[in-house]
Design a protein around this ligand. Structure first.
Ligand code: SAM
Ligand code: TMP
Ligand code: ZN
Length: 413
């Protein structure tokens, strides 16, 4: 099954302007659809094309996958799989508790609370909270840790119900989720109704400036619908009754920005906002050229990665994958990497083990095999967790293991 008719231009989901395609990554499966080996027929494919709005500058996918196909009871991604990310979320939870959740009965809502990695700290502090996440499996894990969860999509409808039941929120937070939601007009209408007069809406997502710089084309997949900049977020905020009041660069997931919105005039706009807006206009993020040069670089990476893997295969050297990331679906299916080139992918996520990767059907196995695998070369799909992984896998390096990476260029270290 697939969504047909690839096109070069579509209307912008934010401002209605023209979105011009700059990269076509071909037909792609759902990035988190890890099937059982004997259940791979009738796989869903869609056209993965990405473009930039010539009006508001928002980078976005040209085709939307129905949300229920991606986010459901069996959604396999577990935020707590990385200790670095767990520490990152503990830190922001503590900051909210210390600086924003200080009234007599504060309330925080998280959109996309997943397995409770952030709200767990809030719950432990006894602060009123609610996670909203449509994926029931991850929600259950969160609930088992004392986190209150509403299994639902956050949008205007559900936000109005939350306000009616629980009142307005001091903080609305979303990590690696806001950029997943094509219908941001509805989410922002919901946030406007839910947020207290002096509240803040904070979200953090992969930053388009870092994606272009690092050539991390694998950040582009079904779930990542938007690729934000301060320029595009500022314009979107203004259009929906908010003001962009702060930005913070984050060194996680390959480079992100944490954006803070507030009701207009309620908070002082920080210098960091002005600085990032200036940096973006200086580096031409509002023009076509950096996106076109990114697309050319991506084509070169594809050719290089494929020929490197073919050469290694022809030399009889076994390559395994490390981290069955959602990102790896784009890499494997765009570059044509199957189990002939990568024998197996090792991953710590129970929900992915014993399954096969989307589209190319490479087996996913638990980490016990990695320690004994004879392969001296590991393709590091989870490159965004490289520091944590290399620290943990010192034994691999000690037995002559080498890491193969592909952004910003193909390298065998
Ligand atoms: N916040 C976590 C993190 O940063 O690791 C989870 C990120 S995970 C990539 C995205 C999560 O957003 C999934 O758990 C998914 O179910 C959820 N999600 C998708 N659409 C949503 C929506 N409209 N409202 C709330 N959550 C949503
Ligand atoms: P992410 O890049 O979207 O966070 O996904 C990371 C994937 O890599 C996830 O499936 C868990 C897996 N993983 C490991 O297998 N070992 C690790 O040490 C880490 C940090 C992640
Ligand atoms: Zn636009």
């Amino acid at each position: 099954m697939s969504i047909p008719t690839p096109s070069h231009t579509t209307p912008c989901r934010i401002c209605g302007g023209a979105v011009e395609r700059f990269l076509d990554l071909g037909d792609q499966p759902l990035s988190d659809a890890f099937r059982k080996p004997d259940e791979t027929d009738d796989e869903f494919f869609f056209r993965l094309e990405v473009g930039r709005c010539t009006g508001c500058t928002m980078t976005q996918l040209l085709h939307e996958v129905p949300r229920e196909r991606m986010f459901h009871a069996d959604y396999p991604y577990r935020s707590s799989g990385s200790t670095t990310m767990a520490a990152h979320f503990r830190a922001i939870a503590r900051r909210f508790i210390a600086e924003e959740l200080t009234g007599s009965d504060p309330f925080i809502v998280e959109i996309g609370s997943n397995d409770g990695v952030m709200l767990r700290t809030v719950a432990e502090a006894g602060v009123r909270h609610l996670g909203v996440d449509p994926s029931a499996g991850v929600g259950l894990t969160a609930q088992e840790q004392g986190v209150r969860v509403r299994t639902d999509f956050f949008e205007e409808r559900s936000a109005l119900e939350v306000v009616a039941d629980e009142g307005r929120a001091d903080v609305i937070y979303a990590a690696n989720t806001f950029c997943h939601i094509p219908y941001l007009d509805s989410v922002l209408a919901g946030a406007r109704a839910l947020l207290g007069d002096d509240g803040i809406f904070v979200f953090e997502d992969p930053y388009i400036g870092d994606i272009l710089r690092r050539r991390s084309f694998d950040q582009i997949y079904d779930e990542h619908f938007y690729f934000f900049s301060a320029t595009s977020v500022g314009a979107m905020a203004a259009q929906h009754g908010f003001e962009l009041v702060d930005v913070e660069r984050l060194d996680v997931h390959g480079g992100e920005v944490r954006y803070t919105l507030a009701r207009p005039g309620r908070r002082t706009v920080t210098q960091a906002v002005h600085d990032l807006l200036l940096e973006e206009s200086t580096s031409g993020l509002d023009r076509a050229e950096p996106y076109e040069s990114f697309a050319r670089a991506v084509m070169a990476i594809r050719d290089d990665l494929r020929s490197t893997l073919e050469r290694l295969r022809d030399e009889g050297r076994r390559v395994v994958g490390y981290g069955a990331t959602a990102k790896s679906a784009t890499v494997n299916n765009f570059c044509g990497i199957d189990r002939d080139l990568v024998a197996v992918v090792y991953d710590t996520t129970e929900e992915k083990q014993g399954r096969v990767t989307p589209g190319q059907h490479i087996p996913v196995e638990d980490m016990s095999g990695f320690a004994t695998d004879p392969a001296p070369i590991a393709l590091l799909y989870a490159w965004n967790h490289a520091e944590e992984i290399k620290r943990k896998e010192q034994a691999f390096a000690d037995r002559g293991g080498r890491w193969l990476t592909y952004v910003p260029e193909v390298r065998l270290d």
